[in-house]
Design a protein around this ligand. Structure first.
Ligand code: VGL
Ligand code: ZN
Length: 210
């Protein structure tokens, strides 16, 4: 399959130490995406990344809610919120990108989750869809029409980034071997793949680009 990469951007979602083995919110086999993403980066002229970046008082951290445990759901500012372990605290080593991830050709990094009152899974909007990170306008200003999404986690930040990209009118591709899921439920990643496909995303493998 030959894919035309004209007016395309590669989006690398949250490949940060806390989402990798040994990190605070480790994704199983999360590190496996790194060589895959590095390889496909060579095919893209236009690359951006997102970075989960929380203040330590963030409302998504179980530790900030007395008597609540990781995995429980609360209402945070009128939105359902899963409580997570403390992760990707601004400026911490857990919030840093993995050092094996090539970032030489990145245009821009978009931070998300900076407001303690609302979580932000998507790289485009917060979960309440009130604030934008700037990624959508940035891509449009650069005449990007197609986005190829990779990174962590498949069933949270990658999924919501893909769904919002579709919503914003980008032709949207998910590179399935360049993402891994948290899998709070055993089938969560497969369910997420199916949901993205149903909404119009095209699922590809990295080999399809090489
Ligand atoms: C993420 C949970 C909490 C992600 C970020 O990057 O998928 N998941 N914060
Ligand atoms: Zn987070």
């Amino acid at each position: 399959m030959a894919i035309d990469l004209e007016n395309s951007a590669l989006i690398i979602v949250d490949v940060q130490n806390d989402f990798l083995p040994g990190g605070a919110l480790a994704v199983n086999d999360g590190d496996k995406v790194i060589p895959v993403i590095n390889r496909i980066q060579e095919k893209f002229e236009f690359i951006v990344a997102t970075q989960d970046w929380h203040p330590s008082n963030h409302g998504s951290f179980a530790a900030n809610h007395k008597g609540k445990k990781v995995g429980e759901t609360i209402i945070l500012n009128n939105l359902q919120q899963i409580l997570w372990p403390t992760h990707c605290v601004e400026g911490s080593s857990g919030a840093a990108f993995h050092q094996g991830l090539n970032h030489n050709n990145w245009r821009k990094v978009f931070k998300k989750g900076t407001n303690p009152k609302v979580d932000s899974y998507s790289g485009f909007f917060d979960n309440g869809r009130k604030e934008q990170t700037g990624l959508g306008d940035y891509l449009k200003s650069k005449k990007i029409e197609k986005v190829f999404v990779t990174g962590l986690a498949a069933d949270f930040c990658v999924k919501f980034t893909v769904l919002d990209a579709l919503d914003l009118g980008f032709q949207t591709f998910l590179i399935t071997d360049a993402t891994k899921g948290v899998n709070l439920a055993p089938n969560a990643t497969l369910d997420a793949f199916n949901e993205m496909k149903k909404k119009g995303a095209v699922l590809l493998q990295s080999d399809d680009l090489l």
